[in-house]
Structures are given as C-alpha cells and as structure tokens.
Ligand binder design. Structure first.
Ligand SMILES: *Cc1c(COP(=O)(O)O)cnc(C)c1O
Length: 406
C-alpha cells in the first residue's frame, strides 16, 4: 500500500488548493467526479446572475443590446482565445450549441474544398460529431472515411496519415477523447491534414479550460467547444467557434441569420455576411447563458491555464496510482493512457460491473459517470477537485465493488 495519507501532502502542497472554496458545494462531503460533464457553479455566479436580472435586464431593458450585449459573443470569444485557446482576437465567437456549430463549420469547410469528396473522422469520436458529419455527407454527396481507433486510446499520426489524401476535404477530430481521455497530438495531426490539402476542425469540448490549446501556433483552421464542462458555464451554456483569420473572408456558413449579417438593423432585402468572425452567428445571442462562463474564465486567467494543466496532470496521475493500489487487485483495468502526456483531464476505469457501480455510487453522493463498455469515468476538474476527494471517491468505488462481488 502507498501512504494512505498521501492526499494530505498533495493537497497541502497544491498552490491551486484555495480555489476549491470558491465553488458552490465544495464544503459538502459529496465527491464530484463529473466536472468534465457539468462543472460546478462558482459562488459569485448566483449573485451576479441576480444582479444582471435586476440591474441590466430589468433596468436597461432593450437598451442593453446597444450597451454591450450585441458584442458579448465576440468579447467573450476573445477572452476564451486569450485565456484558454491560444487564439488572437477576432477569431472566436460564442453562440449556439457545439452540435449546431459543428454543423455550421463542417458545412463551411466542405464548401471551401470543392471537388474533394471525403470527410475523415474516427469511429470513437463523440456521437454528435459523427452524426453531424454523417448528415453533411448525405446532404452534400460526400463519403465519410472512418478511422478505427483503440477505445482505450485515440487517433494517432500514423492512422491519420493512412486516412487522408487528395480526396479529403475535412478532418474532424477531438482534442481529448471523451471516453479514454486520449490527448491527440494537435499540432502534428493538423500538419498531416494540411499536407493532404484538407482543412481540420478540432472539437475542444474536453480540453477547453483544462488542457492548454495553441490554436494559432498550430495553424488550426477551425475549432468548436462547449463551455459547460471545464468552463463551468452551466447547463446548456452556449458553445464557441474558432475560425482562423486567414479563412474569415473565404468561409461562409449555412444558417444565414440576421445576427451574422453585415448590418443587422438595416434589415435589408438580402443576406450579406458580416466581415470577420461575426458572420458565424445566426440568431439572437444567448446573453444570460454566457455570464457564468465569464466568472470561470476570470478564475482560470487568475490561476493560469498552465498551472491548471499541472494540477490536472497531478490529479489524474494520483487517480491512476490509487486505482492501481485499490482497484487493480479486484479486477479493475485502466482504460486511459498511463502516460500523462497522452492524457487529458479524466481517467476511465473498466470493470464488467461499472454500470451498476455507478448507480450505487450516485446513491452514496459519489458522482462519476458511466460510459460503455464497462467504463467508470472519473472527471477531475482541476480548480474544484481536491486530492482527498479523489482518494475518498476511489475508496468508495472499491467498497461498492467489493459489496457487489461478495
Ligand atoms: C460534450 C460534448 C459535445 C456536446 O455537444 P452539445 O451540442 O453541447 O450537446 C460535443 N462534442 C464533444 C466531444 C463533447 O464532449
């Protein structure tokens, strides 16, 4: 057995430990292993939303649109670019859901590569990414070229090299695999897509706010991500889209709404896209839904995304160590990369009974989630999770599994 009190030292030495107290519920014994699906709210967010209702919505009424709301999708987009995406201003916008933005950007990308007939995507990409790609392939008469991946890992450079070619219009990849947490080599895979003459669209849902991203430096074309996971924007908070500035004049998206038009309030007879990233908007921006993520972005900026990643690696490494110690002896296997350089912010542990274990844990206020086949997914949101929480949660996984197999 490793030192059972090891978590005390890890929490004591953690420079980011004080941030945990800023989240709602951090004072409760509940173990939260799902900050990668729905981040906890910050304590400042409730009063801030109440103030918004009273003072801005209630007080300014429709004047609010002229006093900042109309620009908020781009203002917060630039904040996201600076704090977590490695993107210069003017390339990121907030709005819609990830699914809708995937549609808009994939559709824009394939239209910009006429004559090319294939979209490359992996079979273990997140369902919505695969479904949207399949719909666009049907709509546009394209073929999906599937990459088969190891469920405990993800897309490698060799696999992508074998899949792309002169027919590839677009490559769609997740930066961190939702099941295994495989951290794709974003710069290398982007370069492979480009060498084939294709565009690349990265889904950052499981990296934004936990793994630093350098979109500009890697020459990425397009990216999307959600803000209710590691960015704590709240259930259904709007997503973000990134389009590299070199493409902004060339790409147009299929949902031509007035908010993405060149002059929204001219209300002219025909649509002409706005210059810049604003053309990727369609309808009225969801202002209320953007406020919570602003609070979290401020916190991530204060802590620094590199420090957040350092803690994330420490948390997942500790979870792997504790799983080796407590769970491997009773038949649990690691379904995530062991090398932290290849792993995002969560750890998946397999056992044939994990579906039942997850249901039993929820009853005991330990909240992981379950992913087929047999995976218990331990999501460790760096700023709101302590090492003691990891230890306690995994001890309860062991206890639950022992009771079920007794
Ligand atoms: C969570 C997640 C989504 C969610 O899409 P929504 O439109 O917000 O429901 C999409 N892609 C990936 C990779 C995800 O992890």
């Amino acid at each position: 057995m490793t030192d059972p009190a090891g978590h005390h030292a890890l929490d004591a030495d953690d420079p980011l430990a004080p941030y945990r107290d800023r989240f709602v519920g951090a004072d409760q014994p509940l173990v939260y292993f799902d900050g990668n699906s729905l981040g906890r709210p910050l304590a400042v967010t409730g009063p801030r939303l109440a103030r918004f209702v009273e003072a801005e919505w209630g007080g300014r009424l429709i004047r609010g649109w002229d006093e900042g709301w109309l620009e908020l999708p781009q203002v917060i987009g630039d904040d996201l670019g600076r704090v977590v995406l490695g993107a210069a201003p003017g390339q990121t916008v907030v709005g819609d859901s990830t699914t809708v933005l995937l549609y808009k950007l994939m559709r824009a990308a394939v239209a910009a590569r006429p004559g090319r007939t294939e979209i490359v995507i992996d079979r273990d990409n997140f369902p919505t990414d695969r479904y949207v790609a399949a719909g666009i392939a049907d709509e546009c008469g394209l073929t999906l070229r599937w990459i088969d991946v190891d469920l405990d890992a993800g897309v490698t450079a060799a696999q992508l090299e074998a899949a792309v070619g002169p027919d590839t219009a677009l490559v769609v990849l997740s930066h961190v695999a939702y099941r295994s947490a495989w951290l794709a080599d974003l710069p290398a895979l982007t370069a492979i897509a480009h060498d084939a003459g294709a565009l690349v669209l990265w889904d950052l849902c499981h990296s934004a706010g936990s793994v630093p991203v350098a979109l500009d430096a890697a020459g990425v074309d397009l990216a999307v991500g959600c803000t209710y996971k590691y960015l704590n924007g709240g259930p259904g908070a709007p997503a973000f889209a990134y389009v590299a500035s070199r493409h902004l004049g060339e790409l147009t998206q299929p949902i031509q709404g007035w908010m993405g038009a060149v002059d929204t309030f001219l209300m002219g007879p025909t649509y002409a896209p706005a210059p810049g990233i604003r053309r990727f908007l369609s309808g009225t921006p969801p202002i209320v839904g953007m406020l919570a993520m602003q609070d979290m972005l401020a916190l991530v900026e204060e802590a620094g995304i590199d420090a957040v990643r350092t803690k994330s690696v420490a948390l997942t490494s500790y979870a792997v160590d504790v799983a080796d110690e407590l769970l491997a002896p009773i038949g649990v296997t690691l379904a995530s990369p062991r090398d932290p350089a290849l792993r995002g912010g969560h750890v998946t542990l397999n056992h044939p009974l994990m579906r039942e274990v997850t249901a039993a844990l929820w009853q005991r206020d330990v909240i992981p989630d379950y992913r087929d086949p047999h995976g218990l997914r331990i999501g460790l949101s760096p700023l709101s999770t302590s090492f003691a929480e990891v230890r306690r949660g995994l001890e309860l996984v062991r206890e639950t599994l022992e009771q079920m197999t007794a």
